[in-house]
Design a protein around this ligand. Structure first.
Ligand SMILES: Cc1ncc(C[n+]2csc(CCOP(=O)(O)OP(=O)(O)O)c2C)c(N)n1
Ligand code: SF4
Ligand SMILES: [Mg+2]
Length: 286
């Protein structure tokens, strides 16, 4: 499949230099490399600069509410497990208001792939503190420096039982494409945290370039839970790559199919409700 197949007519309105351009390039590259036709992909997003993503790629998309792309994605996957279902959103969206959905999707091993464009700030709303903003970080809502410890999403998700946890960098789109391809091929939930700098409100490009290294270059074993946790807790340097991968757990959708048969509800015909049944339902639930 050619990358051109995923080109949208709508050009991204991100600021020049925004990290999200690299993520968009990497997602298109990964889908093309895996030969997944655009009509078999659905991308669910929330609200934020990063969440405008589905408009900039020619797949199906759902640009929904802040913090709510995961439940939408799960519903789509349950209804038609043949689809490749991605979530693309920001750190505010996924690690703040939407984090509850994330930890439960991870422990259920829902077969959705969550790509978080983590710029450690609220970009769209012009630079407020996010859950991954650092201690002492000066933002509009922490003018004297943040006094809140940041969330460590990788350690939280590995500890929670997520079966695939990776971190990429928008400045390395080829490496990021490889991580996204592995996430898509994985049977079950995958988190790909992407350091995707906001050049307007909190530019961390130089710092990421200085501190990053690739886990695969250091012989990291992603099936080793404790090695994964140690890498996730590393603070001096910034490891990129696949931190943790557990291929032994079936996904929620696989177990659902085992219990109730083919779960492709989207392809089943539904008997329309008649007015009497509707009235009964109204009475029961009012
Ligand atoms: C329920 C709700 N609360 C708050 C907002 C306001 N809001 C819109 S985007 C956003 C945060 C965006 O930050 P992030 O998710 O990190 O995305 P970015 O813009 O940085 O890519 C907030 C707080 C909203 N739209 N809906
Ligand atoms: S404000 Fe930041 S996150 Fe939003 S488009 Fe501009 S650079 Fe990207
Ligand atoms: Mg953000």
């Amino acid at each position: 499949m050619s990358i051109k197949a995923y080109e949208s007519d709508t050009r991204p309105d991100w600021c020049p230099g925004c990290g999200d351009f690299g993520v968009l390039a990497a997602v298109k590259d990964a889908l093309a490399a895996l030969n997944i036709p655009p009509h078999n992909v659905v991308i669910s997003s929330g609200i934020g600069c990063s969440s405008n993503f589905p408009g900039f790629i020619k797949t199906y998309g759902f640009h929904g509410l802040h913090g709510r792309p995961i439940p939408v994605a799960i519903g789509i996957k349950d209804a038609n497990p043949n689809l490749t279902v991605l979530v693309t959103a920001g750190d505010g969206d996924e690690y703040g208001i939407g984090f509850n959905h994330m930890i439960h999707a991870a422990r259920r091993n829902d077969d959705i792939k969550v790509i978080v464009m983590n710029n450690e700030i609220y970009g769209l709303t012009t630079g407020q503190l996010s859950p991954t903003s650092r201690l002492k970080q000066v933002t509009k809502t922490s003018p004297s420096g943040s006094i809140i410890y940041p969330l460590n999403p990788l350690a939280a998700l590995i500890g929670d039982g997520a079966t695939f946890v990776a971190r990429g960098f928008s400045g390395q789109p080829k490496h990021l494409s490889m991580l996204i391809q592995e996430a898509i091929k994985h049977r079950g939930f995958a988190l790909v945290d992407v350091l995707s700098p906001c050049v307007t409100w909190y530019d961390i490009y130089d710092e990421v370039r200085k501190l990053m290294y690739k886990l695969e270059d250091k012989g990291h074993n992603p099936t080793d839970f404790y090695a994964a946790m140690k890498a996730a807790k590393e603070e001096e340097k910034l490891p990129l790559g696949i931190f943790y991968r557990d291929e032994t757990k079936p996904s929620f959708q696989e177990m659902l199919k085992e219990q109730i048969g083919d779960g492709r509800w989207a392809s089943k015909s539904v008997t329309p409700l008649n007015s009497e049944t509707l009235r009964e339902l109204e009475y029961e639930f009012s």
